[in-house]
Design a protein around this ligand. Structure first.
Ligand code: DAT
Ligand code: MG
Length: 148
């Protein structure tokens, strides 16, 4: 089953949105296999956002993501990468539709509540950056029979 990395960013944690966000993914039928509240060191932030190194907003991005705790998660499900990106909404606030997490809670591109991997390659890379293998829990739920 496909896995993805997501995190509630420091603005989402401060705005007490962790529960609402986790609830959306649970209600969708996605399966939580890892989660932790953590403060990201600058070195990890620079690695995580390596693809944006050199862009004008890179410094601000690293400063923001290290400005307070984040809630890091690994979710599992069929097609979870594409589904979670749809549920997050577009990066630009004006394009993030109502009903999506960013569409419902975000107003500014630099504070857009949530991160989610955008491809199988980035999901694998980001899961390994943030979680040790033993921090991921493989378990069954009877409800899966009613989801799949
Ligand atoms: P996403 O988070 O939707 O995958 P991204 O990978 O293009 O978007 O960018 C990573 C983060 O960087 C994004 O969530 C917010 C910030 N960002 C992107 N484009 C920006 C811009 N033009 N100005 C300021 N911040 C930006
Ligand atoms: Mg991205």
């Amino acid at each position: 089953m496909e896995k993805t990395f997501m995190m509630v960013k420091p603005d989402g944690v401060q705005r007490q949105l962790i529960g609402k966000i986790v609830s959306r993914f649970e209600s969708k039928g996605l399966h939580l296999v890892g989660a932790k509240l953590m403060q990201i060191p600058v070195s990890l932030a620079e690695q995580h956002y390596g693809e944006h190194n050199g862009k004008p907003f890179f410094g601000e991005l690293v400063e923001f993501i290290t400005s307070g705790p984040v809630f890091a998660m690994v979710w599992e499900g069929e097609n979870v990468i594409e589904i979670s990106r749809t549920m997050m909404g577009k990066t630009k606030p004006a394009e993030a539709l109502p009903g999506t997490i960013r569409g419902d809670y975000g107003l500014f591109v630099g504070k857009n509540i949530i991160h989610g991997s955008d491809s199988p390659e980035s999901a694998e890379r980001e899961i390994n950056l943030f979680f040790k293998q033993e921090e991921l829990v493989e378990y069954d739920k009877d409800i899966h029979t009613w989801i799949y």
